[in-house]
Design a protein around this ligand. Structure first.
Ligand SMILES: NC(=O)c1ccc[n+]([C@@H]2O[C@H](COP(=O)([O-])OP(=O)(O)OC[C@H]3O[C@@H](n4cnc5c(N)ncnc54)[C@H](OP(=O)(O)O)[C@@H]3O)[C@@H](O)[C@H]2O)c1
Length: 311
């Protein structure tokens, strides 16, 4: 049988790198769309020679998108940003691009569009990030029936931007902040489980569900996650509760940096629990038994221990 072609936008990111590996194992041919193919040559060895093409993309150029997609069976959108810059605005990246992409997928009769959104989005969450993700979902669902939207909680695994970032902070800070007291709940999902979910959805004969909420084996408060992390990296650090009002003030200053550690929009998001609502299908419906943080974290976070793997 002819291998299927999957075009992945945002292929060079954390989830993209893991997903490419999973899809090449399943014999997909990959078109990895990135703004800078010359910087991401490391993606090529994730498949057999010739199995992965790196292509340059301008996500607002309709003709460029059509050329990239026209020979694809599957399109996957992993493009997302955590903070705005002069050039990158939430609305353009999370709503306008998915709008254009889903219209093109419909026009070109693509078999399936998989779009990664975010868990916990609803009309009442005032964060700009969340509102832009919600807008993107609505556009996609309006434009293209064969779309599947995945809403993951925090995604973790080798190369993640969550545990790695806090472990890096613990390298030089005597204390880690617990915004809002660290009581916000999350249901982190292992990146491998997320990739398995994507494969399971691609294996379905038909698109029977348009939205999935993807959380891991259990919910943890932010404070509990920091305690698990510190135990794994064998470091003792104070965990200091910071009220939302003070965190917001700190974020106003931090967000002036080019790569901000915290923004006021993120402080806003931290006010809401990030766990599956059970109003939509989950990993269980895809017959995936998610891993626990405790079983996965030691496999990659050891580099922050004093003695590394032997520490
Ligand atoms: N990681 C999580 O915990 C998590 C949780 C919930 C939802 N999500 C969502 O999952 C998706 C993937 O997350 P991730 O952690 O893999 O993100 P990531 O590591 O930050 O990667 C994001 C990707 O977006 C691409 N990108 C950004 N702006 C672009 C632009 N203007 N044009 C083209 N490409 C652009 C980048 O590609 P190039 O620089 O190569 O062009 C990069 O590969 C995002 O939508 C994110 O919101 C992630």
């Amino acid at each position: 049988m002819k291998p299927k072609v999957a075009t992945i936008f945002g292929a060079s990111g954390f989830i993209g790198r893991h997903l490419i590996r999973r899809l090449t194992e399943k014999d997909f041919r990959i078109v990895a769309a990135t703004r800078s193919p010359y910087l991401h040559g490391y993606l090529k060895p994730l498949g057999n020679p010739g199995q992965i093409d790196l292509e340059k993309v301008n996500i607002f150029d309709e003709e460029n998108l059509k050329t990239l997609i026209k020979n694809s069976d599957i399109v996957i959108n992993l493009i997302g940003i955590l903070y705005e810059t002069k050039k990158q605005k939430f609305e353009n990246i999370h709503a306008d691009f998915p709008d254009l992409l889903s219209r093109i997928c419909s026009e070109l009769n693509i078999e399936r569009l998989i779009h990664i959104s975010a868990l916990g989005i609803n009309e009442n969450v005032s964060s700009k990030y969340m509102q832009s993700k919600l807008m993107g979902e609505k556009k996609i669902l309006h434009n293209f029936n064969n779309s599947i939207i995945l809403r993951p909680s925090i995604v973790y695994g080798d190369g993640d931007n969550f545990f790695n970032q806090f472990a890096s902070l613990a390298e030089f800070l005597p204390a880690l902040p617990l915004i809002g007291g660290g009581q916000t709940k999350f249901q982190p999902i292992y990146v491998s489980d997320l990739c398995k979910a994507i494969v399971a959805i691609l294996n379905k004969e038909e698109v029977d569900e348009n939205i999935y909420e993807l959380g891991g084996s259990q919910a943890y408060t932010f404070k509990e996650m920091m305690e698990i992390l510190l135990k794994q990296i064998k470091k003792k650090r104070f965990l200091i509760p910071i009220p939302f009002s003070i965190a917001r003030f700190q974020a106003k200053i931090l967000q002036l940096f080019p790569k901000p550690l915290l923004t006021t929009d993120q402080v806003e998001m931290l006010k809401y629990d990030n766990v599956v609502s059970n109003n939509y299908p989950t990993l269980k419906d895809l017959k995936i038994n998610p891993k626990t943080i405790e079983s996965v974290l030691p496999s990659y976070i050891w580099r922050f221990r004093k003695g590394g793997q032997f520490g």
